[in-house]
Design a protein around this ligand. Structure first.
Ligand code: GLN
Length: 536
């Protein structure tokens, strides 16, 4: 087994996760079974309790783990399905160490960062290797070299390399080569210093992935190679991609990243066959049609808050030979100025998941606008709950209908707390999480789109559709098109008498891949395209 560790230097947000994911794509296309995972040095046990402002989207896995959004990239760029083992945080590490100490596992010793904390880090790598058995395990280390909280991880990896053999481990350092306008030059010094920091800890990177806004010429490569003690051809430029992030593996392939890594690890394989990947990128970059989708949310100013939804729309666009332009709309603005002001140009309206009261009424107005004007509508998680509330109030005339999440004493709790959430007081990892089965109603739009009777999707919620109102809704034209296998939980609502009005309690965006777009997103974009053609 081979291990690749990806660290980052100089600044955050330089595309370290994207580089790790892209290397995964290339190695998978060379025929290896690749898994990519993330170690995060922060002290939360998982990102599930953080606000999207802190951390962007919380990405949910099959087993219900609430993880870093980079795991979404990893799953989209490779075929691997990840598990809770694949996102280790300092919070988990310290939790384990302290539990061990209380259980008497270290009886007699002083418990210390080295070796006890570093042991837990190394054990996790071994556990993943043994249980998930990849050929190659790529691990991205969150944060930036020099961060105090990242040190135990780097020390753990240094020890790990010595234990499993230098020939089985490669270190990749992703770094920034800034352009200084006044000097009209790309600068290598920050990278030199960041590599020096790594070497202080005992890690010498084998490959530098150099993010830059401008091409990196031979002189700069030479300089970086010399000062950072890597081979010149292991200095890999990672120049900004302008079309789509899915171009990144192709760019890094041209720069020889996978070849260098394979040489370093003694892996002999044919060049990757990237034809299908390249075709997919082409469909994203040069589509024939265009649609505008309004995403009406609460954390809309943040690029990363609805990451997987934006990606799933891109995948669905490619499948429809269509460029999806996303208009990000803050639902609080709709509350102030009305839905038409922001939604009249939309060919489709999507309401994503969310928590908390702010902006809820604006989302209700958006759902009403979509329903009344026959604009394709797609509700996800909170979006389904909103669609239900809107229908209850405006079509069924259930005055004051609401979700108990926002109004405990509503006269019509059309969305109420899940039965088994009633006793839950703990905050982390305590929602209804992960893969659950749903059976689809014969003859429904969703049954047609999925092309099968039963599906399995990822969930993350505490509240649910209140089936006491089901009959009333169905008579008025909103049908329950999907339920849990036992029928007790409402999973999907749709309005058959509307061009496309589907809302789901789960998160389909987590299972969409660029090479395999999700059927509901694909159907939604197709409907938006039809709507646009009719409009024009
Ligand atoms: N806040 C809602 C619930 O807990 C919706 C959750 C979500 O959109 N992920 O049920």
């Amino acid at each position: 087994m081979k291990y690749i560790f990806v660290t980052g230097g100089v600044v955050s947000s330089l595309g370290k996760g994207l580089a790790a994911a892209s290397l995964g794509t290339l190695l998978e296309h060379r025929g290896y079974r690749v898994l990519i995972q993330k170690f995060d040095p922060y002290l939360n046990v998982d990102p599930g309790t953080m606000s999207p402002f802190q951390h962007g989207e919380v990405y949910v896995l099959d087993d219900g783990a609430e993880t870093d959004l980079d795991l979404g990239h990893y799953e989209r760029f490779t075929s691997g399905r990840l598990s809770k083992l694949n996102n280790l945080t300092s919070g988990q590490v310290y939790e384990t160490v302290i539990q061990n100490e209380r259980a008497g596992k270290y009886l007699g010793s002083t418990v210390q960062v080295i070796p006890h904390v570093t042991d837990v880090i190394k054990e996790r790598i071994h556990e993943v290797s043994e249980k998930m058995k990849p050929d190659i395990l790529i691990t991205e280390i969150g944060g930036t070299t020099g961060d105090i909280e990242g040190l135990p991880f780097l020390e753990g990896l240094r020890q790990f390399k010595d234990e499993v053999g230098h020939e089985n481990v490669a270190f990749i350092h992703a770094t920034l080569i800034p352009y200084i306008k006044a000097a009209e030059e790309l600068k290598t010094k920050p990278t030199q210093q960041s590599v020096a920091k790594l070497r202080e800890i005992g890690i010498a990177p084998d490959v530098l992935v150099c993010r830059s806004e401008y091409p990196i010429d031979d002189d700069i490569k030479h300089k970086l190679a010399m000062f950072c003690n890597v081979q010149k051809e292991a200095v890999i430029p990672f120049v900004d991609v302008n079309g789509t992030i899915y171009e990144a593996p192709l760019k890094l392939y041209e720069e020889g990243l996978d070849r260098i890594v394979c040489e370093r690890l003694g892996l002999k394989s044919e060049k990757p066959d990237l034809v299908a990947w390249r075709n997919m990128v082409d469909r994203i970059v040069n589509p024939t049609h265009r649609v505008r989708i309004a995403v009406v949310g609460k954390y809309i100013e943040l690029q990363d808050a609805y990451k997987s939804i934006y990606e799933a729309l891109t995948h669905a666009g490619a499948a429809n030979d269509t460029k999806v332009r996303v208009d990000r709309i803050d639902s609080s603005d709709i509350e102030k100025e009305g839905a038409a002001e922001f939604l009249q140009k939309a060919n489709g309206i999507l309401i994503p998941g969310g928590f908390g009261e702010r902006g809820i009424e604006g989302k209700v107005l958006a759902a009403e606008y979509a329903r009344e004007n026959g604009i394709p509508f797609f509700g996800i998680c909170l979006g389904m709950q909103i669609a239900t509330i809107e229908f209850a109030r405006n079509v069924c005339h259930l005055e004051g209908a609401h979700s108990q999440e926002f109004q405990d004493d509503t006269p019509h709790p059309v969305i109420h707390l899940l039965e088994d959430q009633k006793s839950v007081t703990k905050k982390g990892g305590s929602m209804r999480l992960g893969l659950w089965d749903t059976k689809l109603r014969p003859g429904s739009k969703v049954r047609e789109l999925y092309g099968k009777d039963n599906i399995s999707e990822r969930h993350r919620h505490r509240y649910e559709f209140n089936q006491d109102y089901r009959e009333q809704f169905e008579k008025a034209g909103l049908v329950l098109a999907g339920t849990s296998l036992e029928g007790d939980l409402g999973e999907i609502v749709e309005i058959p008498n509307h061009p496309f009005f589907i809302a789901v309690q789960f998160h389909p965006e987590f299972l969409s891949k660029p090479t395999a777009p999700h059927p509901l997103f694909r159907g939604f974009v197709e409907a938006a395209l039809k709507y646009r053609k009719k409009e024009v």
